[in-house]
Design a protein. Structure first.
Length: 78
């Protein structure tokens, strides 16, 4: 295995980043939240806060407003 870099920050997305109505849509990064740790699972990502609280990413299949498209976008890296 070849190292390609180190992890500097992990974060979850609590809700949609797209705001407004077309054609006036814009991106608002406010729903992004840096967390202490991530728990990865087949259904998506759960962030763990400083007190161990679980924060479900909007792309997790169990999120009430899930943006998960049939398991195809449960996690993003980059």
């Amino acid at each position: 295995m070849r190292e390609i870099g180190s992890i500097k920050q992990v974060q979850i997305q609590r809700s949609s980043l797209k705001q407004g109505q077309r054609p006036q849509r814009y991106y608002d990064p406010a729903p992004l939240l840096a967390v202490e740790r991530l728990r990865l699972a087949p259904d998506g990502v759960v962030g763990l806060g400083p007190a161990g609280e679980q924060l479900i990413d909007v792309h997790h299949a169990s999120h009430p407003d899930s943006k998960n498209r049939q398991g195809m976008n449960a996690i993003s890296i980059g």
